[in-house]
Design a binder for this molecule. Structure first.
Ligand SMILES: Cc1cc2nc3c(=O)[nH]c(=O)nc-3n(C[C@H](O)[C@H](O)[C@H](O)COP(=O)(O)OP(=O)(O)OC[C@H]3O[C@@H](n4cnc5c(N)ncnc54)[C@H](O)[C@@H]3O)c2cc1C
Ligand SMILES: NC(=O)c1ccc[n+]([C@@H]2O[C@H](COP(=O)([O-])OP(=O)(O)OC[C@H]3O[C@@H](n4cnc5c(N)ncnc54)[C@H](OP(=O)(O)O)[C@@H]3O)[C@@H](O)[C@H]2O)c1
Ligand SMILES: Cc1cc2nc3c(=O)[nH]c(=O)nc-3n(C[C@H](O)[C@H](O)[C@H](O)COP(=O)(O)O)c2cc1C
Length: 537
């Protein structure tokens, strides 16, 4: 069974299913959303592969399954043997929360764990493969099958041909153009970027994201080299198994900002610092998280100038530099061979230092026109315009959340979709932060963008946010929903998406004449019908 939002766990599960059938096992692959079609009390073995979303929550397709497992309705699973593979990202506070929850709950329901759970970070391929090996070996011991494996494994879904461009082999896309979307004096600095995909063979659908391989700030790399006592010319072997100078490896291959447990452990030993060691105790996890906020590796070196780390030992404790995802803000139908992004430049002060977001400042400050950045397409299964072009579409995208909706509108214009379109956008000031103003105003003037509502949060004494406009337009939104409108949200997950979700529930209850429970059931059904889709981060 898989719980998956952006397709990683789904793909892994499908590949596992294929491998298991080649080994001779009957192994259907089940979407957790379809859990009612499976009787777990009658199954012998269960492999559960799930990612974690939100803040330690199940992916959308696994919410109902998880609620069911937690409820009194959940059956005893005394005959079931199980193993869980969790996908997650160590940058999140609740790393692989859903995998851990499933693992605990199956055990509580009486099932027996036949292979230990593995929690995978963003780079999940290696740990997932190690888990599979353990699962396959144990299965072979517990339930051997007699069928010999004669045929070779077929190519796995999504695995590119050797020469194709993919996450493992990103395309060096030339930057065609970049422009500022905010006027001088704006509290924000958001950029529009256009890359060429010509000759790459890559294509995307609107709603997809672009994976981008960033490069670190060379200034920070030089400072780190000085502090660590390295020249930068030392030769090291990178995670991609290439020989490289330490300097080049720190720029392109390693994460040199956030402090991982692995790095802290090594550093604390070298510094012989009791407090740092203490932070690593399992019961100090919350303190470790809080301590790490706004702190970077360079702060450790500056705090302990006596600590020097030889090149090979330094790279051994650094994590890989991970790609960043950006919602694609263009349609290939309007911009053949191009992909556009809308990127907020991340810069902030903490502990007396100016900090720079790795990828956003690489794009905004360090990538010249014509320079290339490694990119790949990350398909979004659950974030697409309505398949029926006549259906209405309501889009809520403040700040960089506007990105996919520019793409949706371009796509709908290109295919001559007749469905009405309603956009809610918000940012601090109309005069400074109205991204893509000319495009949206022209769409609106022509009637293609049927409704346009703008929330300028700082143009008056009190904050006006998109959810306030949703509430004010509740009656009309309800009418659109009643006509089958799809409702989309993109942008900040920490506050905006929750507030918009609350506003949606309230307007449905109020204008649909429903109790809070009925409104919640209505929203749940919208999600099931894929009429409520979110791309939040
Ligand atoms: C599916 C998806 C789509 C996305 N689409 C877009 C998009 O269209 N446009 C866009 O701009 N971004 C988008 N993002 C976010 C993007 O992937 C990056 O996370 C973002 O650009 C920051 O990356 P960075 O490398 O510049 O910053 P990093 O080097 O990763 O630093 C970011 C980290 O810095 C810390 N930080 C940031 N601000 C502060 C602060 N004020 N105080 C203390 N600490 C702070 C936080 O720990 C934060 O996690 C998307 C993310 C996802 C998952
Ligand atoms: N999860 C994350 O870490 C995360 C997510 C999104 C963005 N960001 C960071 O925030 C910066 C800019 O992001 P962005 O351009 O996408 O814009 P944003 O910060 O999301 O702001 C866009 C608009 O939303 C308003 N807003 C603030 N709180 C809101 C809420 N609870 N509900 C609805 N609207 C709300 C903002 O108003 P005011 O600012 O006036 O309050 C602003 O007008 C970037 O540095 C980005 O990296 C971080
Ligand atoms: C908005 C967002 C929230 C996430 N929240 C968490 C989290 O709380 N804990 C975690 O370990 N991973 C989290 N992740 C990481 C995902 O679990 C990870 O990217 C995973 O590979 C996605 O797999 P999927 O494509 O099958 O959904 C989050 C990712 C995103 C984009």
């Amino acid at each position: 069974m898989f719980g998956s939002q952006s397709g990683n766990a789904e793909q892994l599960a499908k590949n596992l299913g294929r491998k298991l059938s080649l080994l001779g096992y009957e192994a259907p692959v089940v979407d957790m959303a379809k859990f009612r079609g499976v009787d777990l009390t009658r199954e012998a073995f269960l492999l559960a592969v799930s990612s974690t979303w939100g803040e330690g929550e199940p992916p959308d397709n696994a919410v109902d399954f998880w609620n069911y497992l937690e409820s009194a309705e959940a059956p005893r699973l005394g005959n079931l043997r199980f193993s869980v593979l969790g996908l997650g990202d160590t940058d999140y506070k609740v790393f692989c929360g859903m995998g851990k929850n499933l693992d605990r709950r199956f055990e509580e329901l009486g099932a027996q764990r036949f292979a230990p759970r593995v929690d995978c970070p963003l780079e999940f391929e290696e740990p997932a493969e190690a888990w599979w090996k353990e699962v396959a070996a144990t299965l072979n011991r517990l339930a051997p099958v007699q069928v010999p494996v004669a045929e070779p494994l077929p190519a796995e879904d999504g695995e590119e041909a050797a020469e194709g461009y993919s996450k493992k082999n990103p395309f060096p896309a030339p930057l065609l153009a970049q422009k500022r979307l905010c006027g001088p004096g704006s509290p924000k600095d958001t950029r529009h970027l256009e890359f060429s995909l010509a000759g790459s063979g890559l294509s995307y659908e609107v709603g997809d994201s672009l994976g981008l391989v960033p490069r670190n700030d060379p200034g920070l790399v030089e400072e780190l080299l000085r502090c660590a006592g390295c020249s930068g010319d030392e030769i090291v072997v990178t995670p991609e198994n290439r020989e490289s100078s330490l300097r080049a490896a720190l720029i392109s291959s390693y994460s040199i900002t956030g402090i991982s447990r692995k790095f802290l452990k090594d550093f604390a030993d070298r510094a012989r610092d009791f407090y740092l060691k203490h932070l690593l105790l399992p019961e100090m996890n919350k303190d470790f998280q809080a301590w790490g906020e706004g702190r970077e590796i360079i702060d450790l070196f500056l705090a302990f100038p006596g600590v020097k780390i030889p090149a090979a030992e330094l790279v051994a404790v650094l994590g890989k530099l991970n790609p960043r995802l950006y919602s694609i803000s263009s349609s290939l139908k309007k911009h053949p061979d191009q992909v556009h992004l809308t990127v907020a430049r991340v810069e902030y002060q903490s502990r007396g230092r100016r900090r720079l977001g790795v990828a956003s400042t690489f794009l905004a400050d360090r990538l010249p026109d014509g320079g290339t950045a490694g990119v790949f397409v990350q398909p979004a299964k659950g974030f697409k315009p309505p398949a029926d072009p006549d259906l209405p579409m309501i889009m809520v995208g403040p700040g960089t959340g506007i990105a996919p909706f520019r793409a949706f509108l371009e796509e709908r214009e290109a295919i001559g979709a007749k469905g009405p379109n309603w956009l809610f956008f918000g940012n601090p000031h109309r005069a400074l932060d109205y991204f893509y103003e000319e495009e949206f105003e022209a769409y609106h003037a022509s009637g293609f963008l049927t409704r346009l509502d703008l929330a300028w949060s700082r143009d008056q004494g009190e904050k006006v946010y998109v959810q306030h406009l949703l509430a004010a337009r509740g009656r009309e939104i309800w009418a659109w929903l009643a006509e089958g409108a799809h409702f989309y949200v993109c942008g900040d997950a920490s506050k905006m998406a929750k507030d918009v979700d609350d506003a949606l529930h309230e307007l449905i209850a109020c204008h649909g004449g429903m109790s809070a429970d009925d409104a919640a059931a209505y929203v749940k059904q919208m999600k099931k019908d894929k009429r409520y889709q979110r791309d939040v981060y």
